[in-house]
Design a protein around this ligand. Structure first.
Ligand SMILES: [Zn+2]
Length: 415
């Protein structure tokens, strides 16, 4: 499959972009090449697509089911009892529905932590996006449950990957307050043995940090470091409550910190220190978290909140610039999971979005990146391409009406 994007705006220059196989083959004006598909892009600009580095995709089934609670009340009383009732069919449909929303908002990759890995893998493969999937093992410090979780992790590793070109398996440590040191060490050793990435919730709330210091005499960062869980192949979701020693460890080890502003605001967890962490040399990515704590999966909304939060948190309006935040949501996200994409350059994997320059959110267009971070919503995104394949065109995804009906029916059953 090859695609020729004719007369597209790239960095304010009109050019043609030729996509062949799964890469940007040639970027130059006035190309006369034979392509399977030619798209007139005279109204469009091309931009990198988004990489959502922390989510729980099946949780779309819980959108709006429990709002306005604190984290531990929300988890213990509303979310965990309902999650225990989820079936494979629910996980499959809810994951596809989440991916549909991600594509609609320009996202081509998500890093997920959940359970029900077989339906999750199938949903990702059927929707044609990239993903890094991890089983969110948590033993709640019960040694019998620890053994069961280890079996489930081994099952996940043994499950066939339906599209290893787009999907990578990742190991997860749910959090310091849900996972025993034994299970943490099992995951860390397995990750080393198989050269896999680690995905961890860390330092989300002040309570988590205080409890960890009381229990282990260490901050969660120092604790994970002691257990060799921190490297440039580790993504820490949230990372709100960090002290200076934590920040030094994180910068030295090249750990990826994934900020989730909507979720942190909604659960009142705190504010990510974006500018301080950037200035300290930390690696940063962006994610939506699950739909039950967001309640949408739009990286556009997340970019705006990320930029605004950085300003309020540091009391400095120059903090969290549009350029920094856009890079965090695109190139950084791809890099953190070893995906050679996130930029519109020859030789890179062909992941991109086409935005409609006649959409009112993008007018006037003095600075397209500013418009994407501060004003655009999903209506500005016309086309989404992942790995050289069109996932959405004219803001329409094949099968979206049927999938929406399925999700409505499923949520009626679940009520
Ligand atoms: Zn999360």
């Amino acid at each position: 499959m090859s695609i020729l994007l004719k007369n597209v705006s790239l960095d304010n220059q009109i050019t043609d972009v030729f996509i062949s196989e799964n890469k940007f083959k040639k970027i130059a004006p006035n190309q006369n090449v034979n392509a399977d598909k030619v798209i007139d892009c005279s109204h469009f600009a091309i931009l990198p697509a988004f990489y959502n580095c922390h989510s729980h995709a099946p949780m779309s089934i819980f959108r709006g089911i429990s709002d306005d609670k604190n984290l531990f009340d929300w988890l213990n009383n509303d979310i965990w009892p309902r999650e225990a009732k989820l079936t494979d069919e629910m996980i499959y449909t809810a994951t596809k529905f989440s991916i549909m929303e991600m594509i609609k908002t320009g996202t081509v990759f998500f890093s997920d932590m959940y359970f029900g890995m077989q339906p999750l893998l199938k949903a990702v493969a059927d929707m044609g996006v990239r993903a890094a999937l991890s089983f969110g093992a948590c033993d709640l410090f019960n040694s019998d449950k620890c053994k069961v979780e280890i079996e489930k992790i081994n099952d996940f590793l043994g499950t066939q990957n339906p599209n290893s070109e787009l999907i990578q398996k990742v190991l997860a440590i749910h959090a310091v307050y849900t996972v025993s040191p034994e299970l943490i060490e099992f995951n860390v050793n397995l990750a080393k043995e198989h050269n896999m990435r680690l995905h961890i919730h860390a330092c989300e709330t002040k309570k988590e940090v205080d409890d960890c210091i009381a229990k282990y005499g260490l901050t969660p960062i120092a604790f994970f470091d002691k257990h060799n869980a921190l490297s440039d192949k580790t993504t820490l979701a949230h990372s709100v409550w960090l002290d200076d020693n934590d920040i030094k460890i994180l910068a030295d080890k090249g750990v990826w910190l994934c900020t989730n502003p909507s979720s942190n605001f909604k659960l009142c967890s705190g504010m990510f220190m974006l500018q301080k962490l950037l200035d300290s040399g930390c690696n940063i990515t962006l994610g939506t978290d699950g739909m039950a704590s967001n309640n949408e999966l739009s990286m556009l909304s997340e970019m705006k909140l990320c930029a605004l939060a950085a300003k309020i948190q540091s009391q400095n309006p120059t903090a969290g610039s549009d350029e920094d935040v856009f890079k965090i949501a695109t190139a950084n996200g791809a890099k953190s999971f070893g995906i050679d994409a996130g930029e519109i350059k020859e030789g890179k994997l062909a992941d991109c979005i086409l935005v409609n320059l006649y959409n009112h959110f993008l007018v006037p267009n003095y600075n397209l990146i500013s418009n994407m971070v501060y004003s655009a919503d999903s209506s500005a995104i016309d086309t989404v391409i992942c790995n050289g394949k069109i996932l959405m065109q004219n803001h329409h995804i094949d099968g979206e009406e049927e999938l929406t009906d399925e999700m409505k029916n499923l949520s009626n059953l679940f009520r």
